[in-house]
Ligand binder design. Structure first.
Ligand code: PLP
Length: 314
């Protein structure tokens, strides 16, 4: 279904949301974006951690000196308006800030800054059975960018050239996903997910100093796990620790909480979703599917305005 797109301040039809081929973003990847989910819970539709996602968008834009002319409140309101207008009870939301036309040099400072928000229906990213059975992954032959090359905390379009290489390398070799190592060889993250390792009941995940994207699902799982009494350590994880982990799982807006059942053909744990992964996954789905939201992470989506009553003709 083609849903209206919020483009530079107003909703326009899907087919009219076009940009010029000489937009800076086409040539140099100058965009920043977010991926957000709106869930249909048993208590109505809610957007998961909307303020945090919009804040990360604004932060990403600031890092690239491309602040949009909208603040957090305006972009949150625009997101909710776009969802309500679509009539979708659950959807994936993609806000993008990019450099448009102006100059075609590398210097983007004279190019206009444009903003849009699109929504569409989207199911489980790595397949519905992956949430139970787990996925087969490989360590990628491409590394995550080194610090001081690209700012990894910015969710920028250009970063995903690297992620795309990782994903293609995985898929073409028969795996669902690739795990990137840092330039020093420590475990960083998946092409579009953060990664957690469980060993002897303790959770480990890479620190942000290893050029990972500071995931909002990662942050949520850290909070949920700690509140359930687990120790979660952000530390450097050597590659071989993956092979001897009791459990491994990905987190991300798209992947949600997806177990990993093998890495480089090493079976992880019992070769299917482990008990701690299951517990944290259940706790996560209790919030986003059932709407039991002790953290206040869901922003309710307003219902569409009622259409004017049609007068009955006697
Ligand atoms: C490279 C990368 N790491 C991690 C994540 C997970 O982040 P989040 O949980 O905020 O979606 C994503 C997805 O946005 C990503 O693209």
């Amino acid at each position: 279904m083609k849903h209206d797109i919020w483009f530079n301040g107003k909703l326009i039809p899907y087919d009219e949301a076009n940009i010029h081929v000489l937009s800076h973003v086409i040539h140099y990847g100058t965009s920043v974006f977010e991926g957000i989910r709106c869930y249909q819970t048993e208590r109505g539709s809610g957007v998961f951690r909307l303020p945090e996602h919009i804040r990360r968008l604004i932060d990403s834009a600031k890092i690239y000196r491309m602040a949009p002319p909208y603040d957090v409140d305006a972009l949150q309101a625009a997101t909710l308006q776009t969802i309500t207008n679509s009539g979708l009870a659950a959807c994936y939301i993609r806000p993008v800030v990019f450099r448009g036309t102006g100059s075609l040099g590398v210097n983007p400072l004279k190019n206009v800054i444009e903003t849009f928000i699109a929504v569409w229906e989207w199911g489980a990213y790595l397949g519905p059975e992956a949430l139970e059975e787990g996925v087969d992954v490989k360590v990628a032959s491409w590394s995550r960018m080194a610090p001081n090359t690209f700012p990894a905390m910015a969710k920028a379009g250009g970063n995903y050239l690297n992620a795309g290489l990782v994903k293609m390398d995985a898929v073409l070799n028969g795996y669902e996903e690739g795990i990137m190592l840092s330039v020093d060889g420590y475990v960083a993250e998946g092409s579009g997910e953060n990664l957690f390792l469980v060993r002897d009941g303790v959770l480990y995940t890479a620190p942000t100093s290893l050029s990972i994207l500071p995931g909002i699902t990662r942050d949520s799982i850290i909070q949920i796990a700690r509140d359930r009494g687990y120790t979660v350590e952000e530390k450097q994880i050597p590659r071989e620790a993956l092979y001897i982990a009791d459990e491994l799982f990905f987190t991300g807006t798209a992947a949600e909480v997806t177990p990993i059942r093998s890495v480089d053909k090493y079976k992880i744990g019992t070769g299917r979703r482990g008990p701690i992964t299951h517990e944290l996954q259940e706790a996560f789905f209790d919030i986003v599917q059932r709407g039991n939201d002790p953290y206040g992470w869901l922003t309710p989506v307003p219902a569409p305005a009622a259409s004017p009553a049609v007068e009955e003709v006697a």
